[in-house]
Design a protein. Structure first.
Length: 250
């Protein structure tokens, strides 16, 4: 396989990965608290590519474009008023802490509701935790208020204080299903967030920009089409070269 075909095919593979990531972003643009995925590109010389070209050591080896890694854009989404008392939004840094069957997870999605027992839970039934690591529980028959610092009160009495976790290095957070994150690695220990504000009756929208996504989608499709043409051209050149060799040798 020639260098042009290898490079073009590698570029097509990278664009396919980008398309899958972009499609997932657009599919979750209406999910509260969703954080968009983006990618870092890199250049990679595969040993297989070197061997496949049969180039001499002094020749320039084929350099392949690949996605080095994905990263999550944690920028703030817009806060949208819902008027629902169990809906909470964070302005600034920080994550709500919830208790899932697989352990503690972190989310910016404050689309909560009350269970029959008065526990504040997510749409999946995960319990929202307070600073002491206990589920936040209120009297479901009475209204409650959440102040900007996360204090939950009923009839003026303090019921709990929401756990708002932060991470000095957000790269320790790995995406789970939906809008949840899990802390991984040795640096994955959360700290108490600071400088945040909690808004009751609001939800943070996703930070996916539909217009930008549409433009990127068109750009990626065009790039994929051009790379496909490059593969076709390389294939045609190889075919003609083989035919020429066969004609000369006959």
């Amino acid at each position: 396989m020639d260098a042009l075909t290898i490079s073009a095919a590698s570029g097509m593979k990278a664009r396919m990965e980008s398309l899958e990531m972009l499609a997932n972003n657009l599919a979750n643009q209406s999910a509260a608290g969703y954080k968009a995925d983006r990618e870092f590109y890199s250049l990679y010389l595969a040993p297989e590519a070197w061997e496949a070209t049969g180039e001499e050591a002094a020749s320039s080896p084929p350099v392949l474009p690949v996605i080095d890694r994905h990263w999550t854009d944690f920028s703030q989404g817009a806060l949208l008023a819902t008027g629902v008392g169990t809906h909470l939004a964070i302005s600034g840094r920080g994550f709500f802490v919830v208790e899932a069957p697989q352990g503690r997870l972190y989310t910016r999605n404050g689309d909560f509701h009350l269970s029959p027992g008065g526990e504040l839970v997510t749409a999946q039934g995960y319990r929202v935790l307070d600073e002491a690591g206990r589920p936040v529980r209120v009297d479901p028959s009475r209204p409650f208020e959440v102040s900007a610092d996360g204090a939950v009160r009923q009839e003026g009495g303090l019921v709990a204080t929401l756990a708002i976790a932060d991470f000095p290095d957000l790269s320790v957070l790995a995406k789970q299903a939906g809008t949840y994150f899990r802390a991984v690695g040795l640096k994955g220990e959360p700290v108490r967030a600071s400088g945040f504000l909690i808004y009751q009756g609001k939800l943070e929208s996703s930070n996916v920009a539909p217009a930008e996504g549409a433009v990127r989608l068109i750009s990626l499709m065009r790039q994929f089409e051009m790379l496909g043409r490059a593969v076709a051209v390389a294939s045609e050149m190889s075919r003609k070269a083989l035919e020429e060799v066969a004609r000369v040798g006959s």
